[in-house]
Design a protein around this ligand. Structure first.
Ligand code: GDD
Ligand code: MN
Length: 383
């Protein structure tokens, strides 16, 4: 008998066995993070418990936090494929992170919640069951329906939150008790339809979704109690108020006035104040001649505008180090050309005898648009 030796080469050792195709999970929980290293394992543990027996995954979207939040998420993901992480480099912002996470999902339903354990994860199953009933597109966890609350809020923050809620309801006709909530679940299909019109700037992703949906979304609200943050600290500050105003204006004008352009103009208005103050100091109080004083005032105002725009308008693409200085020089040059365009247009209109104020306004607007468009392309390189 011819003995054929059986090959016992461990061929499959180095390659994992080909796994069967695995469908996307039913639910993706999107968790934006910045500096949440200590909270990530705790949240994952709670999700495992709450969502036991369900078909889910969690996608952390981390903006390259210095505390190693992304690494903490990856460490968990190594042994549990339900834990995923998107690490964004060179970008910052809550709304943008949420959008990106939701767009990375393949699930039928997507939820958004904070990493800091302030959102009650046990609500997720109720939200999911509500969406499965087919009669709603979006379920919002609300602090302001019976049974919900936000007791951990300071009085000032509670008042600000109420005021913004009121404004959103009246001005944007958003019929939600808690449009500022950062905790909700939506059919991914519906979200995908709206996604191209959503702003990646700011904090108010839910408000943006609902305002952009213009009454076409079927919404349900579930009460929850906003808990106290245990580890780390809140990243939301007074800039949130500015973001809110810009979002309201953008939605009111059907996105004609973009979020960034509005911030850019607001910054420009403060620049006028700086210009006048410096002119007063250098010419009126100081001994400089008008021409020189006006030049110094102009350069000061442009520098001021640059710093503020870099801080607020383009905080998601903030220039630092050497880039800050080359950006400043470019911005000075662009604004100088803008000033020439401004005066040219104003004089041309004035020539047609339309009155000084109309001519002045048109010139200023022309200058602002020029400065905005050109600096977006050559200073901050908008994506
Ligand atoms: N990726 C990313 N990038 N995540 C961020 C950023 C950012 O720039 N800023 C904040 N986050 C993450 C935090 O790590 C946290 O998981 C979540 O977004 C909420 O941030 P907090 O700093 O904890 O915000 P908050 O508790 O003050 O505000 C929350 O409650 C508000 C209700 O008043 C948020 O849920 C708001 O969306 C909500 O409106
Ligand atoms: Mn928080």
């Amino acid at each position: 008998m011819n003995h054929v030796p059986v090959m016992t080469v461990p061929a499959a050792r180095s390659e994992p066995p080909a796994a069967a195709a695995r469908p996307a999970p039913e639910l993706s929980v999107i968790v934006p993070t910045y500096g949440e290293h200590d909270n990530v394992p705790l949240l994952v543990e709670r999700l495992r418990r709450t969502l036991e027996g369900r078909d889910w995954e969690v996608i952390f979207v981390d903006d390259n936090s210095p505390d190693g939040t992304a690494a903490a998420a990856r460490a968990l993901g190594a042994s549990d494929a339900r834990v995923r992480c998107i690490r964004r480099i060179g970008r910052r912002g809550l709304a943008g992170a949420c959008l990106e996470g939701m767009l990375a999902s393949q699930a039928r339903y997507v939820a958004v919640m904070d990493a800091d354990l302030q959102h009650d994860e046990s609500l997720l199953t109720g939200m999911l069951d509500r969406l499965r009933q087919e009669d709603v597109d979006l379920v919002v966890a609300s602090r302001y329906v019976a049974g919900g609350s936000a007791e951990s809020f300071s009085r000032l923050r509670a008042r600000a939150s109420r005021l913004a809620t009121d404004l959103a309801r009246r001005v944007l006709r958003v019929a939600l008790s808690d449009p500022m909530s950062g905790f909700f679940m939506i059919r991914r299909e519906r979200f995908e339809e709206l996604a191209p019109a959503l702003s990646s700037q700011g904090f108010k992703i839910l408000l943006d979704i609902v305002a952009t949906g213009r009454g076409r979304l079927r919404i349900a609200e579930l009460p929850y109690v906003f808990r106290e943050r245990v580890h780390g600290e809140s990243k939301l500050d007074s800039r949130v108020a500015l973001d809110f105003v810009a979002l309201v204006v953008a939605k009111l004008t059907n996105d004609a006035v973009s979020f960034r352009f509005l911030l850019f103009c607001l910054v420009g208005l403060t620049g006028i104040g700086i210009h006048m103050a410096v002119l007063d100091l250098a010419h009126e109080r100081g001994a400089l001649g008008f021409g020189l004083a006006q030049t110094i005032a102009t350069v000061s105002a442009i520098t001021w505008n640059f710093v503020l725009n870099n801080m607020f308008t383009y905080r998601d693409q903030r220039l630092t180090g050497l880039g800050f200085f080359t950006g400043l020089i470019r911005f000075q040059v662009i604004c100088a050309v803008g000033a020439i365009a401004n005066v040219g247009i104003a004089q041309w209109i004035y020539g047609y005898d339309h009155g000084w104020w109309l001519a002045g306004l048109a010139g200023a607007l022309m200058g602002a648009v020029w400065n905005y468009v050109v600096s977006a392309a050559f200073v901050w390189r908008q994506r």
